[in-house]
Design a protein around this ligand. Structure first.
Ligand code: CDP
Ligand code: MG
Length: 723
């Protein structure tokens, strides 16, 4: 295959071939050219007029047409950021918020964090001069706790609404209410703390922070062609379509089902690389583990290819990727190289990577499923929907005709679900219900959700929140614990762990580390082919008490290692030494870095709440008791046959082979994660004394009759709410 320069490659696939003169253009001119070439550019004027005319506008447009990067810039030029007002753009995914904000800052020729910025959990990059603010949908929900009328925003753009994340759904309902309240009080000049706000709970909330109340514009953006559901939800709101540009994509299926799709993906990557014309490859995988393992295997296999065939550059993109590495996927490959981008479903619609001509789609996605009757939430690898598969193949035809390789037989495609079920129908609701309660929304059952979650799921979440001490017996926000829990950007169980560690067990430092370590996907780097070696070299971290203590050792040891070197080296050098330390210890460097950042952020939050971060030193008994008191809802007891019974659901579960307790099989454990593959596995465990459960959660670990009373009480609480 002749190797081609990147410039030639582009000109052969772009609709308007660019002359080599393009290389003389300055960066700014190139960007201006790019912006002008996007399909959305030709309708700027019309879009601004529509936003002026309509308080709610739905914009539907093919992925890559320029909605997310351009519309906010149009709004800025169109005068929507006058008098210090902001345009807020929400994304379901952190990484999209970050990479797109960076791109828009670059396009606007401003420093990131100034006029254009982003805010995501654990990372705020905005300032008082920020006018275009990209953020996650969850972040805006939290912001509403402090400023219920979202008074700094003139426009809120809910992007990627078709994804229907639970936060997007809740946000849509909330924004509908905020918009109504702001129109009603339009023009009122408020003083800080004035009692104008969203009427809730019989009273009113403060919400204007000394600003003049002005109307709020809402824009809902979606990549799915079916805008009806949003239009109907917003009382027949106007929808406009932005024409996309799509070239034909040839779809290929495998003849037989693949037993190992990771291996099949690898084979396909190399076949494309060796046999097909230039153009980058995009592979859809399910998560960080899988991506990192494919990344490694591609690098290894490349070494066995002849020199002239080695010009393949694997790049990863997934949400826990440190931000300096996120942007690498967007940069053109070095001359003569082909990029192979290993992505999660983030690359379906949230971000568009230029240069892609080949898509490999194994047909899977990691998704949450929840069974409220058992209180069990699992993160499973499941088949993608038809809509997702179509979006994926579409990625190959953005700049010219492309090819998509689906790693399953054609007959399987017809069996896929049409679209993904909204997340609100398949997740544990305790987190959002706590948020709603903190926002003063009492009637959860009657709340105007776009798709109502089941009553069972709502009741279950209320029960759980009560058991965790976030709600009172009659389902009001418990003070201060419930309030504190709603303010921490964590799942309520983790917030509870921090509160207990602070108040009762004196191990806040350890619990902060624990929560940070649990918030990343995989701390250990576990190459399939070197499992034993990895296990041996990690032995010195392993604690007989369980995984939480093991993570604690990893964190502490890496910290000590870092501290020792901090004074003697530059930052870049420390990075390098740390990388080596991780490699030697089979620890995932990216994950550990992410955990360290997370630790810093959560620590900041709890300190702001007045917590004093103290450590229990080596008193691991107190720490384990704190784990039991926090995670008692996820306890499991060993049975005669060596399997475990989850006490809450009665389900039979197994200890995951990656757990340090896999062999020792203690009698009673608490766990943080349940995972379904061939069996139901529990992950992240610590050995506890089963008597602690009755000690810390007597209200829960009661006799069956008492449990029935509790259920009845909850039912009456729910009925009261729905009145
Ligand atoms: O939101 P929508 O899918 O309509 O498009 P977009 O995300 O605004 O992307 C518009 C264009 O910007 C695409 O051609 C992307 O390839 C390009 N882009 C980029 O080159 N680098 C980024 N970091 C983000 C977008
Ligand atoms: Mg977009």
């Amino acid at each position: 295959m002749p190797s081609m320069a990147q410039g030639e490659l582009k000109s052969s696939v772009l609709p308007n071939p660019k002359p080599p003169i393009a290389s003389r253009f300055s960066m700014r001119q190139k960007i201006a050219e790019h912006r002008k070439s996007l399909p959305i550019a030709s309708v700027e004027k019309r879009l601004i007029e529509e936003v002026q005319k309509n308080d709610i506008l739905i914009i539907v447009g093919e992925t890559g047409s320029g909605k997310t990067t351009q519309l906010p810039q149009f709004l800025f030029s169109g005068g929507f950021c006058r008098e210090g007002k902001m345009v807020g753009i929400t994304q379901p995914r952190r990484i999209a918020a970050v990479t797109i904000a960076k791109r828009v800052a670059e396009e606007s020729d401003v420093e990131l964090g100034q006029r254009v910025g982003y805010s995501i959990r654990f990372d705020d990059c905005t300032s008082s001069s920020t006018r275009l603010k990209y953020m996650t949908d969850g972040f805006l929900l939290r912001e509403a706790l402090l400023d219920p009328l979202l008074s700094r925003y003139s426009v809120i753009v809910v992007d990627e609404a078709h994804e229907r994340t639970v936060h997007t759904d809740v946000l849509l309902a909330l924004l509908k209410e905020v918009q109504r309240a702001r129109s009603k009080h339009e023009g009122v000049q408020t003083k800080a703390g004035d009692e104008i706000g969203v009427k809730r709970n019989g009273g009113v909330l403060r919400g204007c922070q000394g600003r003049k109340v002005s109307p709020l514009k809402l824009i809902i953006m979606s990549a799915s062609l079916d805008a009806r559901v949003f239009s109907e939800y917003f009382g027949g709101a106007k929808a406009v379509h932005v024409e996309g540009r799509q070239f034909p994509v040839d779809i290929f299926y495998t003849v037989h089902p693949e037993t190992d799709y990771v291996d099949a993906a690898l084979v396909t990557i190399f076949q494309i690389h060796v046999e097909e014309k230039p153009g980058d490859i995009l592979v859809f995988l399910t998560g960080q583990d899988e991506i990192e393992s494919v990344e490694r295997l591609v690098k290894e296999r490349l070494e066995h290819l002849p020199e002239d065939k080695r010009k393949l550059l694997p790049l990863a993109i997934f949400s826990a990727l440190p931000s300096e590495q996120q942007m690498q996927v967007f940069a053109p490959a070095p001359t003569g190289f082909r990029k192979v981008i290993l992505a999660t479903n983030i690359a379906e619609t949230s971000i568009t990577i230029p240069g892609i001509r080949y898509v490999i789609d194994p047909g899977f996605v990691k998704a949450r499923t929840y069974d409220p009757s058992k209180g069990m939430e699992t993160l499973d690898v499941v088949p993608a929907s038809k809509a997702q598969s179509l979006q994926r193949s579409g990625r190959a035809g953005r700049e010219g005709p492309g090819k998509c390789f689906r790693l399953y037989p054609e007959r399987e495609f017809e069996k896929l679900d049409g679209s993904t079920k909204p997340e609100i129908k398949r997740c544990n609701l305790s987190n959002v219900i706590l948020q709603l309660k903190a926002l003063g929304i009492d009637d959860i059952v009657g709340f105007d959700f776009i798709d109502k979650p089941s009553r069972g799921a709502i009741v279950k979440a209320l029960t759980e929140l009560r058991l965790l001490g976030a709600l009172t017996d009659d389902c009001q926000l418990e003070k201060p614990a419930g309030e504190q829990m709603s303010r921490l950007p964590l799942d309520p169980v983790y917030s509870r762990a921090l509160i207990l560690a602070n108040k009762q067990f004196n191990c806040l430092e350890e619990m902060l580390i624990t929560v940070a370590m649990l918030s990343v996907e995989s701390i250990f780097y576990d190459p399939r082919e070197k499992r034993e070696e990895a296990r041996t070299s990690r032995n010195h971290f392993a604690s007989i008490e369980g995984d939480h203590l093991t993570y604690l050792s990893v964190y502490r040891e890496s910290n000590e290692f870092l501290e020792k070197r901090k004074t003697e080296s530059s930052e870049a050098k420390i990075d390098k030494i740390m990388k080596k330390w991780c490699k030697d210890n089979f620890v995932n460097n990216r994950s550990l870095k992410h955990a360290r950042d997370t630790y810093r952020q959560i620590r900041g939050h709890v300190e702001q709440m007045g917590f004093n971060v103290s450590s229990c030193g080596n008193d691991m008994l107190e720490y384990r008791r704190c784990l039991a008191a926090s995670f008692f809802l996820k306890a499991a007891q060993r049975q005669m046959d060596g399997t475990y019974r989850a006490l809450e659901s009665g389900e039979i579960v197994h200890i995951h082979p990656t757990s340090v307790l896999f062999r020792s099989k203690p009698e009673c454990v608490i766990f943080n994660e349940l995972m379904q593959t061939s069996k139901k596995y529990i992950k992240n465990l610590t050995r506890i004394d089963h008597l602690w459960l009755a000690e810390f959660a007597p209200h829960h670990y009661k006799t069956d009759d008492e449990m029935k009373d509790l259920t009845q009480e909850m039912e009456s609480c729910r009925l009261k709410l729905s009145k």
